[in-house]
Design a protein. Structure first.
Lengths: 568, 244
């Protein structure tokens, strides 16, 4: 392997700029500006994280207990590791594209006397650092649950920590290698579009694989687990064939301190280190080719005077007037949808989840009929299913970052919005319109799947859509309001505008509050007042409509003041 | 056309005074050159005029409209081109011009007439349907100038407009500025290129450390600088004098 001198300075600087360490230190410790802000954010996120972790722990405990009844509590780790690997791979893939190929520090790094592999490894290290919060969130509850039921000594915990550190390395290497190869080979003229299509193809393939191995009839789960643990079929074999390190990691923890366990840990570590070597070598060969190919001018120049005249005539013909709001809306749409980083990091999650939902319901007709036969149409289950679907639609709006990064995404282009003769409230209307349309994209498959697969009465179906969209509207409007109040404009890489933007995270406590509020209201209406399902849905809808109207009014009326406060 | 009265702007909670009690007038039909060393306050002044920064004190009016009180009305009268135009890279040049035209309410025929003339002047005819991300720095600068001129504003504000332009485009652009002023409009631009200011401007203002140290025609400035003949010498004399 070639010597990668300069790796540490590049990695350190990349970590610093990506996570805004110096900027945060300057703001909060030296200038002491808005010191309350990180405390409030960390506090509210801490509460959410605690709720999530309790839920994860309960799931992990259930799985450990189920496995223990069959004599193999360690199966929980296989599931947790598999979930980690898939999540790191999918979300890592999108991040790799953005950090490897769209960081604004690349024009500074490339002319420096650094090997391409050094830059790739430093960027890789930066993405890796960002994965650990999620990895800990998934693996730690499983480790705790397992230790509580099966016992765990110092060697167990040492293995857990080592596996935790190494867990995201290999899936991220896989994602990086795919990105390096793709960027080197795809046509540069339509690179943005191809990048999205290729990424979606990869994600679809991984999800299809996941779904195919997870298709277990409910009445056969115990038998499935028994066979799985006995190594006769299923997950371990499939994963073992396709991705042996997941099995090594499981054994490293569950057999910690034994020779096979130590061997598995050594194999897992060696695979990760070897993977880094392969990545560095791929970086050396492919990185600059893909990077420079994307930055070269790709314009076609007509050669003759006649061709220039034709181009001029076409250009002038294309100049035609439109209404200002329509122009502002088109700007939002084009600037978001043409940027693969925004589409992949800010929008895909809210599209992938409904696709998963549809996949999940796409079971064979006979099984579906069996399920739907016990759903008494018009009864309580339909009521709660309607609420759940509405909640899912609103949850997806919570994942959608189109509104909560709307002003932040303007970044260094904000000067244009500041100098055009348009009232800020009109710009905000265009942003709301765009967020609403993008929400419809994610809501439609969920509501359609509800209608097709569970066949509720038309009124309940309409209620699920209406309540979901009203809840979405509340979340999107509040997200936009927060982003107007504290936009993150100093990003150096467009991916930071959506992935490192706290405003996105702040939308989550709002979503949690909305869900808790709606659930409490539902309980009171049904249990306290004894209202029927349709009446309760109507009241919840009216309350949500009131909230949405109030949020719209506040957001639009605050636009002038908040935009005016922004200085460029 | 442009009036600044006692305008001040500080950064870092008053620690750094970027513009200090600036007062100046640019009448219709005038090309006004705004000169000063790096960090003198030129860009801060321009940003306050176009609404990117808010002055701490003072008033700015454009064609009689107060920029702070009626910003949208004031902005309708201004065409602005920044020193480094960060344009929307994922739009084509045509889409960007249509966007600017739409928010300024420029009729289709007007935008075709003005853009048609400027495209030829800047040799951008065959580039307009390409994404801005494929443009060179100079092409972006030219597109930003076209976008600023297209609404046919009463006041054109240009921050270092010549830096990205090649000599031919630069010469044609100077003619354009003159024609606009002959039609009763005004141009306010900052520049480091003293030669351009000397040949193009009707009047020149020199700013140093946030304060306007001199303004007037070339003859008036020569008199102030004890008979120095070139603008470069006048500039050095006046800025050194203000520091001394």
């Amino acid at each position: 392997m070639p010597a990668f001198t300069g790796l540490w300075p590049v990695l350190r600087t990349s970590l610093n700029t990506t996570f805004g360490l110096s900027a945060a230190r300057y703001r909060y410790l030296i200038k002491r500006e808005r010191v309350w802000e990180p405390l409030v954010i960390l506090g509210s996120l801490g509460v959410l994280a605690a709720m999530f972790e309790v839920m994860m722990y309960q799931m992990a405990s259930g799985l450990v207990t189920a496995g223990a009844q069959l004599g193999q509590p360690g199966v929980a780790f296989t599931f947790a590791l598999l979930a980690t690997l898939v999540l790191v791979f999918i979300f890592g893939l999108f991040m790799v594209f953005s950090v490897f190929y769209f960081s604004t520090d690349l024009p500074l790094l490339v002319p420096l006397p650094l090997r391409p592999g050094t830059i790739v490894l430093a960027k890789f290290g930066t993405i890796l650092a960002g994965q650990y919060l999620g990895v800990v969130a998934v693996l730690a509850p499983t480790a705790l649950a397992y230790a509580r039921l099966a016992g765990g000594g110092p060697l167990y915990w040492l293995s857990v920590v080592l596996v935790l550190v190494l867990a995201p390395v290999l899936p991220l290497i896989l994602a990086s290698a795919l990105a390096l190869v793709l960027m080197r080979v795809i046509n540069r003229r339509h690179r943005d579009l191809l990048m999205i299509i290729a990424s979606l193809g990869i994600v679809a393939a991984v999800l299809a694989f996941q779904i195919s191995i997870a298709q277990v009839p409910e009445d056969q789960v115990a038998e499935y687990l028994r066979q799985l643990l006995a190594g006769q079929i299923g997950l371990v074999n499939l994963v073992g064939r396709g991705f042996p390190p997941a099995v090594w990691a499981t054994r490293a923890i569950t057999e910690a301190g034994t020779l096979p366990g130590t061997g598995a840990l050594a194999a897992f570590t060696a695979a990760s280190v070897a993977g880094l070597g392969v990545l560095a070598a791929l970086g050396e060969r492919l990185f600059y080719g893909g990077l420079i190919g994307g930055q070269e001018l790709a314009r076609r120049r007509p050669a003759s005077g006649e061709a220039v005249a034709t181009a001029r005539a076409l250009a002038l013909k294309g100049l035609r007037r439109e209404e200002a709001l329509r122009a502002l809306y088109r700007r939002e749409w084009r600037l978001f949808m043409r940027h693969p980083l925004y589409v992949m990091n800010g929008f895909m999650a809210s599209v992938i989840v409904p696709v998963l939902f549809v996949f999940g319901l796409a079971v064979p007709r006979a099984e579906l009929d069996m399920v739907t036969s016990w759903v008494p149409l018009g009864g309580d289950i339909t009521y709660y299913a309607t609420l759940a679907v509405a909640g899912l639609v609103a949850f997806l709006a919570g994942l959608n970052t189109t509104a909560s990064t709307s002003v932040s995404r303007e970044g260094r282009h904000l000067w244009i919005s500041k100098v055009i003769p348009v009232e800020p409230w009109r710009m905000v209307q265009a942003k709301i319109l765009f967020a609403a349309v993008s929400t419809l994209v994610s809501a439609a498959p969920v509501v359609a799947a509800y209608g097709v697969f569970l066949r509720p009465p038309a009124g309940f179906l309409a209620a699920s859509a209406l309540l979901g969209l009203l809840g979405s509207a509340v979340l999107l409007l509040l997200g936009l309001l927060v982003d107007m109040a504290r936009p993150f404009l100093t990003w150096t890489n467009p991916q930071q505008a959506v992935k490192s933007n706290l405003n996105v995270v702040l939308q989550m406590p709002m979503a949690a509050a909305l869900f808790v509020g709606a659930s409490a209201l539902s309980s009171w209406l049904r249990g306290g007042l004894g209202l029927g399902g349709p009446a309760a849905l109507a009241v919840i809808g009216a309350v949500l409509a009131g909230l949405a109207a109030a949020a719209y009014r506040v957001t639009v009326s605050a636009a002038g003041r908040l935009y005016g406060r922004l200085e460029v | 056309m442009l009036s600044l009265r006692n305008v001040s702007k500080s950064y870092r909670k008053g620690e750094v005074k970027a513009v200090d009690d600036l007062t100046l007038e640019v009448p219709p039909g005038e090309i006004f050159g705004f000169l000063g060393p790096n960090g003198a306050g030129k860009t801060t002044t321009i940003k306050m005029v176009v609404g990117l920064l808010r002055p701490d004190t003072g008033t700015i009016t454009v064609d009689g409209v107060d920029v702070a009180r009626d910003p949208v009305k004031a902005k309708r009268r201004i065409g602005y081109c920044p020193d480094y135009p960060d344009l929307y890279e994922k739009l084509t040049g045509l889409e960007y011009l249509n966007f600017i035209g739409d928010v300024f309410g420029v009729p289709t025929e007007t935008r075709r007439r003005i853009v048609g003339e400027l495209l030829e002047m800047f040799s951008l005819q065959d580039a307009l349907t390409d994404l801005i991300q494929t443009y060179s720095h100079g092409m972006k600068q030219k597109l930003a100038v076209i976008a600023a001129v297209m609404p046919d504003p009463a006041l054109l504000i240009l921050d270092e407009p010549m830096t990205g332009l090649d000599p031919k485009s630069s010469a044609l652009f100077k003619d354009l500025m003159r024609r606009r002023c002959d039609a009763g409009k005004a141009v306010f631009f900052s520049t480091h290129i003293l030669d351009v200011a000397e040949r193009v401007c009707d009047r020149v203002g020199i700013i140093n450390r946030g304060r306007l140290v001199a303004q007037g025609t070339m003859e008036e400035l020569r008199a102030m600088a004890r008979g120095q003949d070139t603008l470069e010498r006048i500039f050095l004399e006046l800025t050194e004098e203000s520091e001394g």
